[in-house]
Design a protein around this ligand. Structure first.
Ligand SMILES: *Cc1c(COP(=O)(O)O)cnc(C)c1O
Length: 387
C-alpha cells in the first residue's frame, strides 16, 4: 500500500518504505541501533548479517529517497562527501570526468586534491555551453558531473541536453540534486543515471545531521555501488538515518515555504539601493530563468547577491544580521548567511574563484522558513549599518 508510486509527493515522502513495524505495530520505523543480527544456523539469516552491509533504518531512508527521485535503488552515506567519494571508486586511473566549474567547494577539493592523485582526470567546465562540453569529450571520458543550480552563483544546466550529449557518447551522468531536492527537480525524468545528495541540507532540513544519499536505476551499477558501499564502509548510522527520515516527512511543506520566503527576500533585495545584483534562478532577471522554468517546479531557498562595496562592507553586513546566522551550510529551517570567498569556497583557487564571480562582495543566503517579514527587517537593518 505504501509503496505506490501513484501517490503524490508529500504522501510518498511520509509513507514510502515506512510501513508500521511488524512485531509491535510501531507507526514510525524504529532506530535499529545494532551492529549485528542473530543467525538461526551458520549463514541462515533474515537478510541481515552486519550493519555495514544492511540496516533496516538506513534501508528505509534510502528507499524513501529513491522513490522520491523516481529511482529504483538508494544508498545512504555518512556525508554527502562520503557518497561522492564512494561513487568515485567506481572509476579507474586514466578515466576522465567532466564536472560543473562552480560545483560545491568540497566536491571540487575531493576531485582536484584527492582523486586526481589516484590518476582520475578532471575538466571543470561551464556545462551550459553544449559546444564546449562536446569539445572536451575524450575517448576516456566516463562521466559528466552536474550541479544545477550551481553553488554559489546558481547557474542552471539544461538537464535534458547534457544527458543527451553524454548518452550519445555512452557517458554516465551524475546530478548533485542537493539544492532543489526532488520536490522541485527530478533529474531522473530527464535521463540522469545517478543522483547524489548532501542530505545534510534540505532532505534532513534541521541542521542537525551530516548525511549523504545516492540513488539510481541501473541494476548492474546498483550492485557495484552497494558492493563499494559495503567495502568502503562510509555508511550512515541508524540514528542519523532515522533523523533524516523524520525530516523528509515535512520536505514538501518546508520546500514550499523556503521558496515563498526566498521570492519575498529577492523582491526586497532587487529594489534595495545598496544591492548591485541579485542571483535567483526563479526570478525573470536571472539569465537561466527559462531553462529553470522548463525543468523544475521551483527555485528553492538559496539566494545570492552582490552588495555595493568590497570586503569591508561585506564583513560589516555579515556581522550585523541577527536572525540570519553567519554559518556555512544551507537548507535548514533557520536562515543562514555566509561569505563564499572566505567560507564555503575557500578551497577553490583564487583565479578560478574570480572567474566564477565569487568576489568579496558576493553573499549567499539560505532562506529559512521563518516569517518573511522578520527576515526582510533583519536584512534591512544590516544594510543600514553599511549605508
Ligand atoms: C554540502 C554539499 C555537499 C557535501 O555534503 P556534506 O554532507 O557536507 O558532506 C555536496 N554538494 C552540495 C551541493 C552541497 O551543498
Amino acid at each position: 500500500m505504501t509503496n505506490n508510486s501513484n501517490y503524490g509527493f508529500a504522501t510518498r515522502a511520509i509513507r514510502h518504505g515506512q510501513d508500521p513495524e511488524k512485531t509491535t505495530g510501531a507507526v514510525i520505523p524504529p532506530i535499529f541501533q545494532t551492529s549485528t543480527y542473530a543467525q538461526e544456523s551458520p549463514g541462515k539469516n533474515r537478510g541481515y548479517e552486519y550493519s555495514r552491509t544492511h540496516n533496516p533504518t538506513r534501508s528505509a531512508l534510502a528507499q524513501c529517497v529513491a522513490e522520491l527521485e523516481n529511482m529504483k535503488y538508494g544508498l545512504a552515506f555518512s556525508s554527502g562527501c562520503a557518497a561522492v567519494s564512494t561513487l568515485m571508486h567506481f572509476f579507474e586511473p586514466n578515466d576522465h570526468i567532466i564536472c560543473s566549474d562552480d560545483c560545491y567547494g568540497g566536491t571540487f577539493r575531493l576531485f582536484d586534491q584527492v582523486f586526481q592523485t589516484f590518476g582520475i582526470q578532471f575538466t571543470f567546465l561551464d556545462l551550459r555551453d553544449d559546444a564546449k562540453v562536446r569539445d572536451h569529450i575524450e575517448p576516456n571520458t566516463k562521466c559528466i558531473w552536474v550541479e544545477t543550480p550551481t553553488n554559489p552563483t546558481l547557474k542552471v544546466v539544461d538537464l535534458k541536453s547534457i544527458n543527451d550529449i553524454a548518452h550519445e557518447h555512452g557517458i554516465l551522468t551524475v546530478v548533485d540534486n542537493t539544492f532543489l531536492s526532488p520536490f522541485f527537480q527530478k533529474p531522473a525524468d530527464f535521463g540522469t543515471d545517478i543522483i547524489i545528495h548532501s542530505a545534510t541540507k534540505y532532505l534532513n532540513g534541521h541542521s542537525d545531521v551530516v548525511a549523504g544519499i545516492l540513488t539510481l536505476n541501473n541494476d548492474e551499477l546498483a550492485e557495484k555501488l552497494a558492493y563499494l558501499s559495503n567495502s568502503i564502509g562510509a555508511i550512515l548510522g541508524p540514528m542519523d538515518s532515522w533523523l533524516v527520515l523524520r525530516g523528509i516527512k515535512t520536505l514538501a511543506l518546508r520546500m514550499s515555504r523556503h521558496e515563498e520566503n526566498a521570492n519575498k527576500v529577492v523582491d526586497f533585495l532587487i529594489n534595495h539601493p545598496l544591492v548591485e545584483k541579485v542571483l535567483y534562478p526563479g526570478h525573470p532577471s536571472h539569465p537561466d530563468y527559462e531553462v529553470m522554468k522548463k525543468q523544475t517546479t521551483g527555485a528553492g531557498g538559496v539566494v545570492t547577491f552582490y552588495l555595493k562595496g568590497g570586503l569591508k562592507e561585506s564583513r560589516k553586513f555579515l556581522e550585523s544580521t541577527k536572525l540570519f546566522i553567519l554559518a556555512e551550510s544551507l537548507g535548514g529551517v533557520e536562515s543562514l548567511i555566509e561569505h563564499p570567498a572566505i567560507m564555503t569556497h575557500a578551497s577553490v583557487p583564487d583565479d578560478l574563484r574570480k572567474s566564477l564571480g565569487i568576489t568579496n562582495n558576493l553573499i549567499r543566503l539560505s532562506i529559512g522558513i521563518e516569517e518573511a517579514e522578520d527576515l526582510i527587517d533583519d536584512l534591512d537593518n544590516a544594510f543600514s549599518k553599511i549605508g
